[in-house]
Design a binder for this molecule. Sequence first.
Ligand SMILES: Nc1ncnc2c1ncn2[C@@H]1O[C@H](COP(=O)(O)OP(=O)(O)OP(=O)(O)O)[C@@H](O)[C@H]1O
Ligand SMILES: [Mg+2]
Length: 321
Amino acid sequence: MIELEGLTKRYGDKLAVDGLTCTVRPGMVTGFLGPNGAGKSTTMRMMLDLDNPTSGTVRIDGRHYRQLHNPLRTVGALLDAKAIHGGRSAYNHLLCLAQSNGIDAVRVREVLDVVGLTPVARKRAKGFSLGMGQRLGIAAALLGDPQILMFDEPVNGLDPEGIHWIRNLMKSLAAQGRTVFVSSHLMSEMALTAEHLIVIGQGRLLADTSMSEFIAQNSRSFVRMRSPEGERLRDVLSGAGITAVPAADGALEVHGEDAEHLGELAARHRITLHELSPQRASLEEAFMRLTAGAVEYHAHPNHQARPPEAGWGADWQKKGS
Ligand SMILES: Nc1ncnc2c1ncn2[C@@H]1O[C@H](COP(=O)(O)OP(=O)(O)OP(=O)(O)O)[C@@H](O)[C@H]1O
Ligand SMILES: [Mg+2]
């Protein structure tokens, strides 16, 4: 279990983490979400004592990180996969970590196997691709067989097979009763992996809730109805005091009513339906809605890629030709 209490970090006049109080519990994957610059990596660094909090505390199983005897055996983490000595082989990198933490060398081969790096174990890490480096970082996190695991953007650079693998790895670690804390920008991925969510924006806690509650609270659910008798359906709905909003493809969207009730209403009036589908808003939609006010770094619409005949692209082409 990881407990944060009033955790705060200030860099000059920038308040990176602002009084975070929450608990990351064992037996489930907890997703850590927030827009760019929200303070996720800073929080994780403070959890591992790599950064000193300005105020507040972090407790790992009731103790401060620095009080842990063999930290890698209690908490394994992947924060920055590039933080390795490039001249060392994957095997030697892990062996070095194992020896300094009282971990048997046999475990090095085991974790290399788990992450699929056995064939390149003797190759120098500096020649590794992004995904291979990420796998090596995950191997280091697993090395001490810790009860607590922390991953900062672990699927960065992984191919679809790798993403699938890490999703199942995290779920199985959680199913073994471990605490798994993972940050990610891939909302669709989080929706498949995490059971609980902690969401921050500009360093402040925005939500600490189960995935299903988070989606239900922060997004609209509605029912899509499509009928060859669209006009009549709309009249019937309106006669029952139900507002239907036409969608671009000719379907109707109804908010605040369940699909069963709408289906029965249509049946009573003998209206054929080609579609009656409850729409659950995605985690991505819920996240965007919740963090809309806390996004610091916006892309400027004028700077998006444009076809060459439009805007500055055309000027640039003229100047370049
Ligand atoms: N060492 C540092 N010195 C000064 N400011 C820092 C430092 N580290 C982080 N910050 C600032 O703290 C804020 C939070 O950064 P952090 O890296 O924790 O965000 P994040 O949520 O991990 O973002 P991302 O999703 O982009 O990884 C940012 O405004 C960042 O510029
Ligand atoms: Mg980060």
